[in-house]
Ligand binder design. Sequence first.
Ligand code: SF4
Length: 199
Amino acid sequence: MEMDEVKREIRADGSLVKEATLKQVKPCLAAEGKIRVLMELDSELGDIIPVMVKMYPPGVVNYVKKKNILTLTIHDRIISLYPSGKISMNKTHDVEEAFEIVGELIDQINRAHDSGADGKDSVDLSRIGPMDIHSCLPGSNCGDCGEATCMAFAMKLLNGEQKLDSCLPLKEPWMQEKVRCLEDLLGEHLMETLGWSGY
Ligand code: SF4
């Protein structure tokens, strides 16, 4: 399991983060046969982490404000981001997958950086409840998303268990008013974060 550091340029045009270095690989204690990895980015994340906290559904976020450490439960694993620029990740198949997922995180970090938000003025997803989301959904309880009701969909959306794209009626041209309602509530970045790819 011992290996030398592996440095890779992930996003040559990244506005804040361009490359990641694999620092450590160990057996994963939570999943036999998988690994846990420690990566280091080429930039510190102290200013970006409070912004990132608001960019994910509350159900997948654990934020230790005092230490400014963000832990995300995404991709069926636990990923922690530290102000120093380090990222730890468990339940990972191999090094290639680790770089792939870190690449996605780097995109999100650079988006947060480009948005110019400082963590105070960005929309705080933790303050948005299922009722807020529900008021912008079609409300027909049609079940196309796999949920029995629009309210169940709204709750799962905020838990990170559903994607906005799964509400197929929202893609219909006559639902533009509902989509605008969601855009006003969430903003463009959060719409993307919650799985909206557009019409
Ligand atoms: S697909 Fe959309 S409209 Fe239909 S139940 Fe799900 S959330 Fe409601």
